[in-house]
Write a protein that binds this ligand. Structure first.
Ligand code: NAD
Length: 256
């Protein structure tokens, strides 16, 4: 059995968007295990029960977690979420922009509203949450932001032009924001996971998953446990000289 990366986040407050399932839930649990108090963001009432299950799992291990509902693509809901964090914790040390959606469609039949929705959740959501977080982090003089891209932003994928465009936007946003932050103690970086077994892959047929797996040098599609180390590292003091970078746990699928 692997031992996970051990980092000390004692006394830190983290907000993980889209934390009621998949990578976000695993990152939130890992942060809580490392000593952080964690806000579990979820988009709507359909995710209340899964979010409560994540909170219960964290509390069962002696950690501290709170749920906060907001659609990250909605400016008013995002600002209300950060007001909740500010009044509840007075500080925010770590923002993980993780919320995401994906579906496959060839460009010639992709509806404009579906393109827009994918851009809104990923790119606009990352911007809105980052803007709100910066207002807190600049005020307190420290913090960090970790965005979630995808290796597909680098290598493309048929049927996912809208998704990869949104992830490419997140990568460019990460780089420019890291430069804009400058000398302030607020590193901004990204993680670009490779294929990872989460609900986002639920509709992918088994033969397609087998094809993906066959092309991964490590010989497996990642579990969330294979991904969280990147988020732990980037949230830790050890990553303080990383600025505008993207690290990609992907089993060697894409050599970035
Ligand atoms: P997931 O479906 O388990 O998690 C996505 C989460 O985002 C869900 O909990 C969902 O409720 C939440 N969400 C969706 N829309 C939202 C909104 N508008 N506001 C707030 N929350 C919202 O899938 P996952 O694989 O854990 O995905 C997490 C992130 O990792 C996504 O950004 C995804 O694009 C990215 N990613 C996943 C893979 C993979 O293969 N699983 C690979 C690369 C990148």
């Amino acid at each position: 059995m692997h031992r996970g990366l051990s980092v000390d986040l004692t006394g830190r407050t983290a907000l993980v968007t889209g934390a009621s399932s998949g990578i976000g839930a695993a990152v939130a649990e890992a942060y809580a295990r490392s000593g952080a108090r964690v806000y579990i963001n979820y988009p709507d009432p359909s995710q209340t029960a899964p979010a409560e299950a994540v909170i219960a799992a964290i509390e069962a291990e002696g950690g501290e977690a709170m749920g906060v509902m907001a659609d990250v693509s909605d400016e008013a809901q995002v600002d209300a979420m950060f007001a909740t964090v500010e009044s509840g914790s007075q500080s925010l040390d770590i923002l993980v922009n993780n919320a995401g959606i994906a579906h496959s469609s060839p460009v010639e039949s992709l509806a404009a509203m579906d393109f827009r929705r994918v851009m809104d959740v990923h790119a606009l959501g990352t911007f809105l949450c980052s803007r709100a977080a910066l207002r807190l982090m600049y005020g307190q003089g420290r913090g960090c932001i970790i965005n979630t891209a995808s290796q597909l932003a680098y290598i493309g994928a048929p049927g996912f032009a809208h998704y990869t465009a949104a992830k490419g936007a997140i990568l460019s946003f990460t780089r420019s924001l890291a430069l804009e932050v400058g000398e302030r103690d607020v590193p901004v970086n990204a993680v670009a996971p490779g294929a990872t077994m989460t609900p986002i892959l639920a509709d992918v047929p088994d033969d397609v998953l087998d094809g993906i797996k066959a092309n991964i040098p490590a010989g497996k599609i990642a579990d969330v446990a294979d991904i969280v180390g990147a988020y732990l590292f980037l949230a830790s003091d050890a990553a303080r000289h990383f600025r505008g970078q993207c690290i990609s746990p992907n089993g060697g699928d894409a050599l970035l």
